[in-house]
Design a protein around this ligand. Structure first.
Ligand SMILES: NC(=O)c1ccc[n+]([C@@H]2O[C@H](COP(=O)([O-])OP(=O)(O)OC[C@H]3O[C@@H](n4cnc5c(N)ncnc54)[C@H](O)[C@@H]3O)[C@@H](O)[C@H]2O)c1
Length: 244
């Protein structure tokens, strides 16, 4: 399967390396030429344990490519991921979606019919509908599906988080796109990571549900660890709970 990753930043680079490790053919593009040159020299612009090894192995095997040729990377790709930045807007705290919409304008002319456009960037609920609307305007006859596939990566354990997620979240209305996303993640799903697919407006809201659960778990874990250090007598009980 050919995949195009738009954005070779933290999320785009980690995701590209991991997808290529599954055996997929990944073309990672960026507008930052200096970053691409660094990557082509085999140097990592960020530090993540295991990332260097994954990138080296998969570029040598011809499964991972870094390029600024967006047209060639998008053409024929079954899935085009958007992993561009969505910085918080000053004043109101809303996500600035200008990089997302600029990327849509850039990829639209080159998308192959049947392609799935998936957002890895953090976007508000309703963004998939807006992307669909813009794609229809730019390429009225194009048959493309849009879905949301948020990532939950922690710095320092991003590769492990990607390879061993507690769930794979895909928000998608289109049956063919659901099949493509299931095929894409099959190597992880085989390790029993549940694949959650949601439709309609909840396809974006599920990300926030997962983030809330993640935050609650992290908070509970911190509280339990504090409790364990305070109550040495019950230490073993608390420790067992923390590890679950
Ligand atoms: N960093 C994290 O831990 C994390 C985790 C989960 C989700 N996210 C979300 O993922 C998104 C990306 O985050 P990041 O930390 O990887 O951002 P980043 O700023 O490190 O990377 C974004 C990359 O996209 C490139 N880019 C921008 N417009 C482009 C275009 N039109 N074509 C090609 N490349 C383009 C930029 O040059 C940059 O290299 C954000 O929405 C972020 O909120 C981040």
């Amino acid at each position: 399967m050919k995949i195009c990753m738009v954005g070779a930043g933290y999320v785009g680079l980690v995701s590209s390396a991991c997808f290529s490790e599954f055996g997929w053919n990944v073309h990672c593009v960026d507008t930052d030429v200096a970053r691409l040159e660094t990557l082509r020299r085999g140097e990592m612009p960020i530090y993540e344990p295991e990332l260097q090894g994954l990138v080296d192995r998969n570029t040598r095997a011809g499964r991972l490519h870094f390029s600024d040729d967006l047209a060639a990377a998008v053409a024929g790709a079954e899935v085009v991921f958007l992993a561009v930045g969505t910085p918080m807007r000053r004043g109101d705290g809303h996500a600035d979606l200008s990089f997302i919409f600029a990327a849509i304008e850039m990829i639209a002319p080159h998308l192959t019919s049947g392609a799935v456009v998936a957002t890895k960037s953090t976007v508000p609920v309703g963004t998939s509908r807006e992307i669909e609307r813009r794609l229809r305007q730019l390429r009225p006859s194009l048959d493309a599906a849009v879905c949301s596939n948020p990532e939950f990566l922690r710095e320092g354990s991003a590769i492990d988080d990607f390879m061993h997620p507690d769930r794979i979240l895909v928000g998608c209305d289109h049956p063919r796109a659901r099949e493509v996303m299931q095929k894409l993640y099959k190597p992880i799903a085989l390790r029993n990571a549940p694949h959650h697919t949601s439709r309609g407006p909840s396809r974006g809201a599920d990300r926030f549900n997962s983030l809330a659960q993640f935050a609650i778990r992290a908070h509970c874990r911190k509280e339990l660890l504090q409790a364990r250090s305070m109550t040495r007598r019950n230490g073993s009980f608390v420790q067992d709970t923390v590890q679950q």
